[in-house]
Design a protein around this ligand. Structure first.
Ligand SMILES: N[C@@H](CCC[C@H](N)C(=O)O)C(=O)O
Length: 282
């Protein structure tokens, strides 16, 4: 089986072009993503035909679970379509489990810049989904913020948002590299209030245009970047009044730009590239 390794700000994926909707891709995801016995990646991307959009993307985490959304995966997939001349269109629509997303391509095909309309953020707790206790924390512009959450002996205040997939956002005043993500990340991801688990972002606002963040991804662990997570942080920060409509998000793997004006789609921009191609022989 031919595959291509793609990455965006260090969030890396094995991409396979296929029309096969019958196979159990979750088993292959665990095997190819393994960094010792496989190719090594944060997720498996499938590029498939669609009857709703120009193409369809499926994304599987390293634990085999299928996610509804993936901002960096989408930008990598669109870069692949462009660089491999699967389509020469500079504007594409991609069907995902979270809905149809729009992509614009600029730059050269070696390392293109892709801007994705990631859909509108969802704040309604049952749709995220999160089982919050009514009245706990606070509600700002419809978003649950400052929800008190105890991770071991560390008290957190979380904001909840879905970008198609669930996110819990925590703002800290300290540099994010001081946060014990390896210990606290799994506790938040698997907490009983999240019936489908959650992605967890820790973020520090540097200025009204700049945020630094780290992410603990559902079904993966800590990754160098997460596009939907960057959008979730930008939305939560806008709601809290910390940042404006455009914000640069610095992650361990590099920088992404998120745009949101308080309503409608969140836009995510950044680079993506093909790293290598190969054949899976197992
Ligand atoms: N890295 C991705 C998100 C991948 C899916 C996530 N782990 C989930 O289970 O929701 C991104 O760039 O958005």
């Amino acid at each position: 089986m031919d595959f291509t390794k793609v990455q965006s700000v260090g969030n890396d994926f094995v991409l396979i072009e296929t029309a096969d909707t019958k196979s159990d891709w979750s088993i292959l995801a665990g095997a190819v993503c393994n960094r010792h016995f496989g190719v090594g990646a944060d997720g498996l991307l499938l590029l498939m035909p669609s009857d709703k959009a120009d193409f369809r993307m499926r994304i599987f985490n390293t634990d085999g679970s299928e996610a509804e959304a993936c901002g960096n995966g989408l930008r990598c997939l669109v870069h692949y379509i462009n660089a491999k001349n699967v389509s020469d269109a500079k504007n594409l629509t991609i069907e995902t489990l979270g809905g149809v997303r729009k992509a614009e391509i600029s730059g050269d095909s070696g390392k293109s810049r892709i801007r994705i309309g990631m859909g509108a953020p969802i704040f309604e707790p049952h749709s995220i989904p999160v089982n919050t206790e009514l009245g706990k924390g606070g509600l700002v512009c419809g978003m649950t913020v400052n929800y008190p959450f105890q991770a071991g002996n560390v008290p957190l205040k979380l904001g909840f948002v879905s970008m198609g997939n669930p996110h819990a956002v925590y703002f800290t005043d300290k540099p994010v590299n001081e946060f014990s993500l390896a210990e606290i990340g799994p506790e938040v991801e698997k907490a009983p209030i999240f019936p489908r688990k959650t992605n967890f972002e820790v973020a520090r606002v540097r200025s009204s245009r700049s945020i630094e963040m780290r992410v603990w991804e559902r079904g993966v662990g800590e990754t160098l970047a997460c596009g939907s997570g960057a959008c979730a942080v930008a939305v939560a920060s806008w709601i809290m009044g910390y940042t404006g409509d455009t914000v640069d998000i610095t992650l361990p793997g590099g920088k992404l730009t998120a745009e949101w004006s308080g309503q409608g789609d969140v836009f995510l921009t950044g680079e993506a590239e093909i790293v290598f191609t190969g054949a899976w022989l197992k």
